[in-house]
Design a protein around this ligand. Sequence first.
Ligand code: AHR
Length: 504
Amino acid sequence: MAQVKVVLDEAIGQVNPNIFGHFIEHLGRCVYEGIYVGPDSKIPNTRGLRNDVIDALRKIRPSVLRWPGGCFADDYHWKDGIGDPAKRPRTVNINWGYSIDTNAFGTHEFIDFCRLIGAEPYICANVGTGTPQEARDWIEYCNFPGDSSLARLRKANGSEEPFNVKYWGVGNELWGCGGSIPPGDYAIEVRRFASFMRDFGDVGIYKIACGPRGNDPCGVRRDWVLEFFERMQSQTLSDGCRGRVDGFALHYYTRGAGGGGDVDFSDHEYYWLLHAALVMERLIKQVRTAMDVYDPCRKVGLVIDEWGTWHPQAKGDSGLEQQNTMRDAVVAALHLDIFIRHADKVVMTNIAQMINVLQALILTQGEKMLLTPTYHVFDMYKQHQGGTSVRVLVDTPKAGSDGEDAIEVPQIAGSASLRDGELFLTLTNNSISDECEVQLELLGLSIDAATEVKIEQLASSGVSDHNTFDDPARIRPESKVTTWDKGIVVLPPHSVTAITVGLK
Ligand code: AHR
């Protein structure tokens, strides 16, 4: 048996809804086919954007959506993607298979999609092959309410009203595909770019600098973070300074040959991958501790704008397509619980990627669409958005593999938040084979917990079970309403559970 104690009066911080953010890139079939099929497609669409995908996404309340990359962002020139689609240039996607991009999906289509699904847009500006002028102009085009030439151009292209884009990235992975720039030199670039990336309205734009590489073989390089902030100095921290940034973005993928394939993996490989997912918590602690050295008042938020599983056989450079099993669902839930436990520092995260690529929530095939187990986790967890994260103390058995290279993980993990008189508790059972009885206890407030309890559970007998186009609803959550009883819940192996308790 495991024990989970929720300390109701020990608040960690507000769960920023942007923790439940997403990412799309011009990569394989993510944008084209997955989202944009064009207005003349037989697939039902709104101005070229798939209706089935829009309807499914609205349901999970996607808070924020990052675009156009990824690596793609640092070779993207926004003016290629505006105006008459027939006249837009055909450009070569040098990052993802040298495919041709028709630029049919550009700024207006992205904003349209964000509005249709109810997400805030987050645009990553081009630092690698772009200029501060280009970044500055993109913001003016999007946000300026006045009568400038760029605002007139936006209006001529169909949008009288400004787009009011709040979130702007200052390049992507500058340590790698963004230009292989050392952290100190990148800090100078950030100061220069950020100085000209102005609000152009009263949006209160929020600028996000690229942070360290979580998948560095040596672990997060503390010196990378320190060198970046050392060179940013007051630019990062003082409110009045134009060169400052508001967010700092870590990337970490749960990846590596040790985890086996997307649907073919051994028990040992299952635990290897879960162990790799749990590394996220260590990385967050390392990065936030290093940030505290230069930013002790914690003005700069930690953003994790790429995370998720990246299985070894993800098809080639151009596609990165993979299936999504119950194991991916557990990995997604482990991450979201970690982010919620760090709600005092983590202000936004974006799973990679929303559709057809890497740890996708949705897969499409022609006119067919399916929701993956990861989609269901986001649906089940959405009630955390905007709640107050509270401390959860877990006393759990271990689970893991045996032998020389044995791996051990906690069998139970989770997070909790409070909102509108309800406690929302999410838990994973990380054992591949054993169910677990969990004794819940509520501490800190004088309440009678014996009110209604709603339990939603995502489980399946096989850990590699997944949804297919022939059997798209094989895995979906089941709900029941019960009473507090003695506070005991049973979690099936490799499962995700969301519990809502009415507090009186
Ligand atoms: O998400 C796929 C790629 O992974 C992104 O383009 C890049 O930023 C990261 O390395």
